[in-house]
Write a protein that binds this ligand. Structure first.
Ligand code: UD1
Length: 430
């Protein structure tokens, strides 16, 4: 079984390069099948979620040529099916973006119900409501969602909750609808803006992405483009907290500092120094950090995808901290693992009450989901002794070369498969 083994204790020092945003990439890949002309996507992160979506796109006849590790050329001129029921697709959340893109282009789409991280019930009612408002007949049966219509017509849609997924999905379909669509209470995340910019570069007419009202004038068809995906806000944030928790000094390169403001603000509040440059940030933590209160919120609030990383850091900070999760109801599953490493955390409903301890001890732990898995790696980086982390498949869904990048900053971490590998690692690092 593949695991990470970590020997804690080294402060992270040096430079790390952030890749393209996974969540933007998923929307952009799905959108790339909306034209029959070739589309080149650059700065595509090489992670499992993007690989799975590409496989699903190929399963319906899309040609995806890898130019290099981070560039693909998509040619969707010979799509021969509107049904995505690939076994793998159920594993990723963003499979549902193929509903919006295929419905937009072909007025018909059937996609297996999405999977993804088990961090709550994750309903898709707002996606379906949006498609219905555009005139599609939508049905869910036997594990498949199907959406169909003769004519997709623009409409005024009010989202009952702020949702990234439904905002992107409805935007995809509405791009090729007849007439004007207004999405109110839209999500404002950087990846929503990136997908809108990508669609506009293909000839779409979308205004207001990044605000809570998105206005889309439907166009008849989209054309080919070459587009580079924005840097990953959450990968960057994870390395910022890795610098903080290990009392390190890390220059995080290829980021958009504006997207990281809520994260930088919290790090400064608990005692880190942050130096901001045009496209990089330096995070320095010289002493034990202090406590705070934080509540996850839609952008520009503190991201739910950074909640496990900040909670883990606060578990070693001085005093009592309160972390409230307001987006997903099941996002504290990593707390049990941290308790095994010596943390003192009580979870009551959607709130974690954290009493900072002086240190963690190494343990055998499992990643319960993607971001929680990354947070547990951060815990292992500072734990006394060795930690092994199972179920790293979750981490690999969203982080490219995670152990390699950590090692480059001085961490003792390796991906291992056998007991022999573990023994070898232990001998090497002593
Ligand atoms: C996306 C991100 C995920 C991130 C999340 C919140 C991708 C692939 N994933 O997930 O990493 O944690 O945004 O920033 O981009 N909801 C409904 N009905 C719906 C849709 C959502 O009630 O139809 C609720 C959800 O249960 C949740 C909230 O809305 O409480 C936000 O969910 P949403 O923003 O849609 O998350 P995802 O798009 O699934």
């Amino acid at each position: 079984m593949e695991q990470y083994i970590v020997k804690g204790g080294n402060p992270l020092v040096g430079e790390v390069e952030i890749g393209g945003a996974k969540n933007a990439a998923l929307g952009i890949l799905a959108a790339s099948v909306m034209t029959s002309e070739p589309v080149t996507i650059e700065n595509l992160p090489d992670v499992r979620d993007t690989a799975v979506l590409i496989q699903a796109m190929e399963s319906i006849g899309t040609k995806v040529e890898r130019i290099d590790r981070h560039t693909v050329r998509v040619n969707a001129s010979s799509i021969n099916s509107m049904t995505i029921d690939d076994g793998y697709i159920k594993k990723i959340r963003a499979s549902y973006y193929m509903l919006g893109s295929l419905l937009g282009r072909f007025r018909s789409a059937q996609v297996a119900l999405p999977g993804g991280c088990n961090i709550g019930s994750r309903p898709i009612d707002q996606h379906l409501k949006g498609f219905r408002a555009l005139g599609a007949k939508v049905e869910v049966s036997r594990g498949m969602i199907s959406a169909e219509t003769e004519a997709l017509v623009g409409n005024h849609i009010y989202m009952d909750v702020v949702t990234v997924g439904a905002t992107i999905n409805v935007m995809l379909a509405a791009t090729l609808a007849v007439g004007k669509t207004i999405i109110e209470n839209a999500a404002k995340e950087p990846h929503v803006v990136d997908v809108a910019n990508f669609l506009n570069s293909m000839g779409a007419n979308i205004k207001g992405a990044g605000t809570d009202v998105i206005r889309i004038k439907g166009v008849e068809k989209l054309h080919g483009t070459t587009y580079s995906i924005i840097p990953d806000q959450i990968e960057a944030g994870t390395f910022m907290f890795a610098a903080a928790i290990t009392k390190g000094d890390v220059m995080i390169r290829n980021v958009i500092p504006k997207h990281l403001e809520s994260i930088s603000a919290k790090l400064i509040e608990i005692g880190c120094e942050i130096e901001e440059f045009d496209d990089c940030l330096r995070v320095v933590a010289a002493r034990r950090l202090s406590n705070t209160q934080v509540k996850t919120l839609p952008y520009p609030g503190f991201p739910t995808d950074m909640q496990p990383q900040i909670a883990t850091t606060l578990a070693l900070s001085e005093g009592i901290s309160i972390v409230t999760e307001s987006i997903f109801e099941n996002r504290f599953k990593y707390v049990g693992e941290l308790l095994r490493m010596g943390a003192n955390i009580k979870v009551e409903g959607n709130t974690a009450i954290i009493e900072g301890v002086e240190g963690f001890t190494g343990a055998m732990i499992s990643a319960p989901d993607l971001r929680a898995g990354a947070a547990l790696v951060l815990a292992a980086l500072v734990a006394d002794g060795f930690t092994t982390i199972d179920d790293i498949k979750y981490i690999e869904r969203g982080y490219e070369d995670f152990p390699e990048k950590m090692r480059q900053l001085g961490a003792n971490i390796e991906k291992v498969e056998t007991d022999r590998d573990i023994q070898k690692f232990k001998l090497k690092v002593g």
